[in-house]
Design a protein around this ligand. Sequence first.
Ligand SMILES: NC(=O)c1ccc[n+]([C@@H]2O[C@H](COP(=O)([O-])OP(=O)(O)OC[C@H]3O[C@@H](n4cnc5c(N)ncnc54)[C@H](O)[C@@H]3O)[C@@H](O)[C@H]2O)c1
Length: 444
Amino acid sequence: MNAANELNQHEAAAREAALAHVKAAEQAAAQIPVGNAMPRHIAHAAVIGAGTMGGGIAMALAAAGIPVTLIDASDEGLTRGLARIRDNYESSVKRGKLDAAVRDERLARIAGSLAIADVRHADIVIEAVFEDLELKQRIFRELDAHAKPGAVLATNTSGLDIDAIAAVTQRPADVVGAHFFSPAHVMRLLEVVRAAQTADDVIATLMDLGRRMGKVSVLARIYPGFIGNALFRNYNREAHFLVEDGALPHEVDAALKDFGYAMGIFAVHDMAGNDVGYQTRKAQMATRPTDRRWNDLIMKLVELGRLGQKSGKGWYRYEPGSREPLRDAELERFIVEESARLGIARRRISPEEIVKRCVYGMINEGAKLLEQGVALRASDIDVVYVTGYGFPAHRGGPMYYADQIGLANVYRDVKRLYDDYGYWWKPAPLLEQLAATNGRFADL
Ligand SMILES: NC(=O)c1ccc[n+]([C@@H]2O[C@H](COP(=O)([O-])OP(=O)(O)OC[C@H]3O[C@@H](n4cnc5c(N)ncnc54)[C@H](O)[C@@H]3O)[C@@H](O)[C@H]2O)c1
């Protein structure tokens, strides 16, 4: 056997081992510390908010055979939401993915309503209104008044304090986070978020409901961004810093695709819309700490009208009617000027460094989540990242990947990045400790 063959075989074996890890990790995620708590009986559900998420969640419930009342405050919102659900089913039928009879069954399980009091039959209520704490608190006060005793009260918040939502009710033990991903009828991941007072059987109920909905449920605790978005923040931030430091968007994307991502992060931003979260971030900018580096390049793109595919230009440019990202000289000039404005001397950045900075930031964050008990086990973090964030399954997830590289090696690089870049790279004590003892995340 020649050397190239041997390498290929070695790679194939490594891929297989990583895929086996992901499979085992999905099963392990269902094992949760809830003692003998049994799931509550769920025969009927209600969803509050008929928007993007609420509609998708209602479809996922209907697919699991659970009748659902979809409630919106505005007639227009409800009509639009129900129409979107019908369109989604219609396009699945047209593409031959769904039987017309099954569509009819599922549609018959979804009833619209404008009255929040209609939650009274529901064994679980999943709230998916705008991301606004006061609004959600108002909704939960009403749920407290109308939901039947013992109903699970879940919020799909992306990042608001679930304890503060639970606190406005007389039944905080029934309140839990149910973080679905968009589109919720397609994406397999469900982060179940335990708040300070959430009862064990409520956790068990949601984990079990997730399974019935065909989801992979992963238990998390309250933490900014829970598990997935906490890691994503690090990944995203480094990608943008890399662009300020000298890489161009297509170089970052190419390195990430080479690593195994189906799409690079800048192409993803252009697809999702660079203006997603613009207002929230704008509001945060006024009060955030000034002792660390921030990346606001994406804000400037929005201000230039570079919203992504929908405006024909973002991190790339797009020909009319095409989704193919093309390099854009105007954008690249802007980036070079922006680096100069920030006083950064641009330099060539290798694909290896691109991958390291994007992935090691997640690993370091993952170590912090384990230290603080936000995630139960390293493999749960892998499941979240592979099923919800497009991390290449054949790499097994960020924590598994770190174990393969060796935590001493990862730590050495994180430490070097900390020396070079400061604040964001402060090594997690757990990573440092495992590196010093030849440990692995998998053995925790
Ligand atoms: N969009 C995503 O990718 C995503 C992913 C995960 C979580 N989330 C979270 O899900 C929630 C909903 O997000 P979305 O993208 O579906 O928003 P959206 O704007 O598409 O939908 C919100 C819906 O809530 C309705 N609504 C507003 N006030 C209401 C009230 N008082 N009573 C009943 N309905 C009311 C609106 O009419 C609208 O139909 C947010 O908390 C968001 O952070 C969103």
